[in-house]
Ligand binder design. Structure first.
Ligand SMILES: NC(=O)c1ccc[n+]([C@@H]2O[C@H](COP(=O)([O-])OP(=O)(O)OC[C@H]3O[C@@H](n4cnc5c(N)ncnc54)[C@H](O)[C@@H]3O)[C@@H](O)[C@H]2O)c1
Length: 259
């Protein structure tokens, strides 16, 4: 159980039907927050909701696509109506499409940018007016180490995550006068459904294990899990984070500290 770090807070979390988003939603609930879950995957959302109910902390669930502006707007309005306010927004939903500039498609580029960057802008734009009213807010977006480094083969994903980092800085400057802190988290490798490519979890392959684990290109010599990363989201949403804005917390087992 938590320590009540988010007592009486209301948090909206996108991509809450799987992986990191689910983990953050459960930790926020454990810390006392009322959580509103958003995901386009109904089954995943129902599973997160069931886990919340098992903890005796049922949340609000919104099965929707974050690129659907009207559905997203209506969901945020519903959260404010039911829970009375929104204190925290976690922009976390994302997709990964693979291909180099030689073989990817404009459709994949546009879809990736729509989900991974434009929806971050939209969700933030729709939510912050409610935070401005109350002169309190926390916006936390999931970036990636792929926002400033690249493994190649996912340029649209790289561009979107880099865009999140730049947008985080701009929002931090614009929203600081309203006591709204805006930060991002950049995970390294995490074992989640997103790390499964063509049916194979990339963190379990021989190449990954040899390069990153045995040769310690991840100095902590293992892949990460959502539980290794979610604590940063708790910190950034809590009152311990009151003089930090526009920053990116990198959580990668040391991957970007070595070469
Ligand atoms: N897994 C990793 O190695 C890794 C590394 C760095 C950053 N990240 C980031 O972490 C975040 C969470 O990813 P994850 O690893 O938990 O992946 P995941 O695939 O398990 O979860 C992503 C969730 O987002 C939802 N989603 C996708 N598009 C949506 C849309 N248009 N509308 C609503 N919901 C949508 C999916 O249904 C899914 O439930 C993402 O922002 C991802 O880019 C992941």
């Amino acid at each position: 159980m938590g320590r009540g770090l988010l007592n009486d807070r209301v948090a909206i979390i996108t991509g809450a039907g799987s992986g990191l988003g689910r983990c953050v939603a459960l930790e926020y609930a454990d810390e006392g927050a009322t959580v509103a879950l958003i995901d386009r995957d109904r089954a995943g959302l129902a599973q997160t909701q069931a886990e919340l109910e098992r903890r005796g902390r049922p949340g609000l669930s919104y099965p929707l696509d974050v690129t659907d502006y009207e559905a997203y707007r209506a969901a945020i309005a519903d959260v404010v109506q039911r829970a009375g306010k929104v204190d925290i927004l976690v922009n976390n939903a994302a997709i990964a499409r693979y291909g180099t500039i030689l073989d990817d498609t404009l459709e994949d580029w546009r879809e990736t940018l729509r989900v991974n960057l434009e929806a971050v802008y939209m969700g933030t734009k729709l939510t912050v007016p409610f935070m401005v009213e109350r002169r309190f807010g926390r916006v936390i977006s999931t970036a990636s180490i792929q926002g400033f480094l690249s493994s190649g083969g996912c340029g649209a994903y790289n561009a979107a995550k880099g865009g999140i980092i730049a947008l985080t800085k701009s929002l931090a400057v614009e929203l600081a006068p309203y006591n709204i802190a805006v930060n991002a988290v950049a995970p390294g490798f995490m074992r989640t459904p997103m790390s499964v490519i063509d049916g194979v979890d990339e963190t379990t392959t021989e190449d990954f294990q040899t390069w990153y684990v045995q040769k310690r290109h991840i100095p902590m010599a293992r892949t990460g899990y959502p539980e290794d990363v979610s604590g940063a989201f708790v910190f950034l949403a809590s009152d311990y984070c009151r003089y930090m804005t526009g920053q990116v917390l990198v959580i990668d087992g040391g991957l970007t500290s070595t070469f």
